[in-house]
Design a protein around this ligand. Structure first.
Ligand code: ADP
Length: 494
């Protein structure tokens, strides 16, 4: 396959700024594509929280960004993805990106998010023109980049970027980026694009919808989620668009960064381990985790881990509802890390106070604790109501921690059901999004842990044996990019 020039445009990039799994994907897939010989580059915002250490260099020439009616300028910072040669450009603009957060401050979503991310989209394209580097494909990620394919199809169609194809990846269909129609004029997009088969939903601009209608090809992060979002139950009001574009939509499971998430080389673990040393290695991490979260130091008790955003999508309300019953009737501990919904934070805090030594929790974002929970837990709980792909269950399996998940989206594609008495499965799955279903499955997992230790050990090893790297999925993206390029070149200019 001939090498392609691919530009990633994303609001989050691990390890620079991360809110969720989108950052992990954008921080790792480009490395795998570069290893296949492609020229991949990334553009992101330079948020106020971005540490501009000596690895970052400011480009000498300012970047003009064609948005709004006044002149807008950005300063471009340049770096590489650590451990690679993938160039990363971060656009600095005090008004749009000077604040530290990505999407929301203490008072909720920023009211100018539409303008901020339009600035990112147009800035990324203007940077290509400034560099004289014309990508074959721009790979867009979620609603913040939804207007970019539309810009390529309209405003920029008769520029050097007019032949550039776009691939739009849905990481989470739930967040669609509704905006006032002012965003179209700000983006210099023709006003006639404000119509239902382009950008309009219920009287506003829906930036996700724009991406879905206008990208050359669409992907989402697992095959099952690709099916779910084409149904009214899973389509968040956009299922009709996805059915319309079904022939161009592909579900590709995310890989993981196998260097950052490797129990044999993990700097956050007191004693890294591999398959041969898994029991001993995990025992040391378990003790460290128990100490860190004020849990009773008990090497034998079944310890369940949770690392998650506290959002209704993650189904943690089911865990909150089941928790008192589980703690009254099962000999278990919980290690919970997350932040978000204040109600859930409150419930888990209450549980930690009510059951000292049995429930340990930390509210906030803490990468080192996330690693320790993956290693130190015996089981990993993920009762998601919907889950486009999910990464934490992949990390859990790699760390020998069988996941307990609800059968939805990417969890179906990545966790196979344990079958008692047989050498099958990598975790425990349940169907109904109810607290009793979760309770029963926690009980089943607990019984397996205590009563069938040999089978439990085999379950651990089967998870650790899975291949979660990017090799297979990167090849699928490569193929898809080529389809997108071919389709774009075959589309006549208007
Ligand atoms: P989502 O993108 O929906 O949040 P994923 O499972 O795809 O879910 O990715 C979540 C990522 O964020 C994982 O890398 C996980 O380790 C990380 N993460 C989530 N919550 C926290 C937290 N409180 N502290 C540290 N890392 C977290």
């Amino acid at each position: 396959m001939p090498p392609l020039k691919v530009l990633f445009v994303s609001p989050e990039v691990e390890p620079f700024i991360k809110v969720g799994g989108l950052a992990d994907m954008v921080g790792s897939l480009p490395k795998a594509l570069t290893a296949l010989g492609h020229d991949v580059r990334i553009v992101m915002p330079a948020y106020g929280s971005l540490k501009r250490d000596s690895a970052w260099h400011a480009r000498p020439d300012p970047l003009g960004v064609d948005v709004g009616t006044e002149a807008h300028w950005a300063r471009t910072w340049e770096n590489v993805l650590p451990g690679s040669k993938v160039p990363v450009y971060a656009l600095e603009h005090e008004g749009f990106f000077g604040r530290p957060e990505v999407y929301a401050g203490p008072w909720g979503n920023f009211p100018d998010n539409d303008l901020r991310f339009t600035f990112l989209c147009r800035g990324a394209l203007n940077l290509c023109l400034q560099l004289g580097w014309i990508p074959d494909v721009v790979h867009c990620h979620d609603w913040t980049t939804g207007l970019l394919p539309l810009l390529l199809n309209t405003t920029l169609r008769h520029t050097p970027l007019g032949q550039t194809a776009s691939v739009f990846t849905i990481h989470n269909l739930e967040h669609q980026g509704y905006a006032d129609r002012r965003v179209l004029s700000f983006a210099h997009i023709p006003p006639e694009e404000f119509r239902t088969d382009s950008t309009e939903s219920v009287g506003a601009v829906n930036q996700m919808k724009a991406g879905l209608y206008h990208a050359t090809k669409l992907t989402t992060v697992s095959p099952t989620y690709a099916e779910e979002i084409k149904t009214p139950a899973g389509g968040f009001g956009l299922d009709h668009v996805l059915r319309y574009r079904a022939a161009d939509l592909l579900g590709i499971v995310n890989g993981i960064d196998t260097t950052a998430w490797n129990p044999a080389m993990d700097k956050y673990l007191p004693r890294p381990y591999n398959q041969r040393s898994v029991e001993a290695g995990k025992a040391v991490s378990k003790a460290a985790l128990q100490a860190r979260l004020d849990l009773d130091l008990d090497p034998h008790i079944a310890l369940f881990g949770v690392v998650s955003r506290f959002a209704s999508q993650k189904g943690l309300d089911l865990l909150a509802e089941a928790l008192p019953h589980v703690l009254e009737r099962m000999h278990v501990q919980f290690a919970i890390l997350g932040a978000g919904d204040p109600g859930l934070e409150h419930v888990f805090r209450w549980a930690a106070e009510q059951y000292p030594g049995r429930v340990g929790m930390h509210v906030g974002y803490d990468n080192s604790l996330a690693h320790l929970i993956q290693a130190g837990s015996d089981l990993f709980v993920m009762p998601s109501r919907s889950e486009p792909c999910g990464l934490t269950q992949l990390y859990a399996m790699r760390y020998g921690t069988p996941p307990l998940v609800r059968s939805t989206g990417g969890l179906v594609d990545t966790v196979s059901q344990y079958v008692e008495g047989q050498p099958a499965g990598t975790g425990f799955r349940f169907n109904d999004a109810t607290a009793p279903a979760l309770y029963n499955t926690l009980g089943w997992a607990c019984a397996t842990y205590y009563d069938r230790p040999a089978e439990f050990h085999a379950l651990r090893l089967r998870g650790m044996n899975q291949d979660f790297g990017w090799d297979v999925s990167a090849r699928r993206y490569e193929e898809l990019y080529q389809w997108a390029v071919d389709a774009r070149r075959a589309t006549p200019l208007p």
